[in-house]
Design a protein. Sequence first.
Length: 239
Amino acid sequence: MTMRKFVGGAALAVSTVAYVCSAQAADLPMRPAPMPQAPVVYAPQTYNWTGFYIGGNIGGGFANSKWSDPFTAGTDTFSKDGFIGGGQIGYNYQYNWLVLGAEGDFDWTGLKGSGNDAIGDSINTKTEWTSTVTGRIGTAFDRLLVYGKGGVAFAHDHSTLTDIFGGTATANLNRTGWTAGAGLEYALDKNWTAKLEYDYLGFGSEALALPTPAFPAYASNASLNVQEVKFGINYKFGP
C-alpha cells in the first residue's frame, strides 16, 4: 500500500503542476502579430541618352537646281530626286530632360536632273553626295527624343553639257552651305536607337563653266537646294 500511495501521490502532483502551468499560460497577454510589410516596388530606370554613337541611314531626297541661261539671261530649273544612304557619328549629353549633342553625317545620293537651255543644248546634273556637321538640341521623354539640328552642309555636283552640235563639256563643283532639320529618335534597348529625320540643305549660287568647241565661253551660275528624309539606326556606346 505504501508504494501505491506514493505512485498515486506523484501522479496527482504532476497533474496539479501541469494544470497550474497551463492556467498561468492562458492568463499571459497574447504577443501581437507582426505588422504586414508593404511590397517593394522598383521603378523602371529612365533611359540615359548620354554617350557616343555611330549608325547608318537610308532614305530619299529632292533637289532643286537653278541655272542662269547665258543666251537669254533667264533661268532654267532642274528638279532632281532619288535615293540617299550613308552613315552618321555623334555624341549626346543629357541633363535632366535636356539633351545636347553634335553629329556628322555623309550620304551618297542619286539625285539626277536634266533639261535644255534656250537654244537646245542638253544639260545633265547630278548631286553625288551630301554631308553635314551639326549641333543638336532635344527634349527627352524617357526613351523618346524629339530634337532639332543645324549647322554647315557640303555637297558635290557633277554636270554635263551637250551642245546642239554634239560637243560636250563636264564640270565638278564642291559646294558649302547651311542646313537645318528636325527628327524623332526612340531607344529600342540600352544601346540601339532608331530615328526618323528631315533635313534641308541650302547652297548659294556658284559660277559653272562648261566650254565646248562650238561655245568656248559657255558659263552659268547654278544654285542648289536639297531636302532629305532619312530613317536611321544608331548604336550607342556605354551604359
